[in-house]
Write a protein that binds this ligand. Sequence first.
Ligand SMILES: [Zn+2]
Length: 236
Amino acid sequence: MTETLFRDDAYLRSSPATIVAVTPEGGIVLDRTVLYAQGGGQPGDAGRIVRQGGLAIAVANTIYGPDRSTIVHLTAAGSAVPSPGEQVTVELDWEKRLPRMRVHTALHLLSVVLPYPVTGGSVGEGEGRLDFDIQEAGLDKTDITEKLQALVDRDAPVSFRWITDEELDANPGLVKTMSVKPPRGSGRVRLVEIEGIDLQPCGGTHVRRTGEVGTVVVSDIEKKGKQNRRVRIKLV
Ligand SMILES: [Zn+2]
């Protein structure tokens, strides 16, 4: 089992860790990591695994293992292969991660500006999107941008807490994303709260205050079928 340090502190950029296993493909499993594993529409992090002596192994992407209890750090072909038990330092590519945290948090705000069921979404590089289950056309880019930026500018604190599966079942209205159910099985679910604005289950990485999103605009609104609108945002 890999301890998910990024979930308790999204700003943590490095940590000591121990190599637990190396997959046949050269993927490295650690006992703990600061690298977000791809999921929930957010890409896996890049970074480095630094060995004692200072030699670094580049991590191109981070994914869950087959049973989702471990996290696998994917390295380039030909990388050095460490041994289980080896003590290392795992380092996050923060320059890549921070814009993803800003976009991800902005998508929470977008789901408040457009309070419709969400059928999908993703975080890209400096941009992201949500798909809404709505029929009506006439969504206005400028209008949504203004409302979104107004929420950003409230500089509301973003925090999280854990609840039990039973508490979530008792409050089904918390789940906005129909296609991405909150992860089950661990007996607890992480609720992310943007004070006075939004509360929903989410396992992603967020900024600490909405003001850190910066300037964001709606870049595109696409019709995806009769009952679906895709709204794209980007950082500027
Ligand atoms: Zn989130």
